[in-house]
Design a protein around this ligand. Structure first.
Ligand code: URA
Length: 209
């Protein structure tokens, strides 16, 4: 079963408080999300495998470590996921970035994929799907399934804030996917917003309404 990790580093929790605050404006919101994404990237990559490398320091030959194995792919779900990409790229600058665009059909309420563009070698990469708000879990569920249908084998999901309902959907549908959160909130409200949440992440990132 996939694990759920709440990344409760004090810096993440501190910055998340100001991200949640309704009085935080677009510029500051964007900067804080960027910083939290970077801190989360640090935690999410904690268990990446290492391999030995021999180098010469100015003093002597030395056995050291470098990252081994699979490379990383970041897959933001449009549009709010874009807000976390740059922060992650600061720590993982060689990562490739794929994009998945989904919207919710107003009649069926089901996510519809309107855009997908991925690195060609996703089956060989460790993929991090970025969905800042895991609400019903519908979009993340669909995006993960879409990646698996195209050959992805190693996927983790990264969210700023999640509702328990969304976490359950992903755990049920994708037990192989570990979920990394900055916070697990109380519930969804009747309009599908996370409570207490932070409002609409896309609107707050891009200054739209
Ligand atoms: N998407 C958001 O941006 N916010 C929520 O609370 C739920 C879904």
């Amino acid at each position: 079963m996939g694990n759920v990790f709440v990344l409760d580093h004090p810096l993440i929790q501190h910055k998340l408080t100001y991200i949640r605050d309704k009085n935080t404006g677009t510029k500051e919101f964007r900067e804080l999300v960027d910083e939290v994404a970077m801190l989360m990237a640090f935690e999410i990559t904690r268990n990446l495998p290492l391999q030995d490398e021999t180098i010469e320091t100015p003093i002597k030959e030395s056995e050291t470590k470098v990252l081994a194995g699979k490379k990383i792919g970041l897959i933001p779900i449009l549009r709010a996921g874009l807000g976390m990409v740059d922060g992650m790229l600061k720590l993982i600058p060689a990562a490739k970035v794929g994009h998945v665009g989904l919207y919710r059909d107003p009649e069926t309420l089901k996510p519809v994929e309107y855009y997908i563009k991925l690195p060609s070698d996703i089956s060989e990469r460790k993929l991090i799907v970025i969905d800042p708000m895991l609400a019903t879990g519908g979009s993340a569920n669909d995006a993960i399934q879409s990646l698996k249908n195209r050959g992805a084998k190693d996927i983790r999901l990264m969210c700023l804030v999640a509702a328990p309902e969304g976490v359950e959907v992903i755990k049920e549908a994708h037990p192989d996917v570990d979920i990394y959160l900055a916070a697990l909130d109380e519930k969804l409200d009747e309009k599908g917003y996370i409570v207490p949440g932070l409002g609409d992440a896309g609107d707050r990132l891009f200054g739209t309404k």
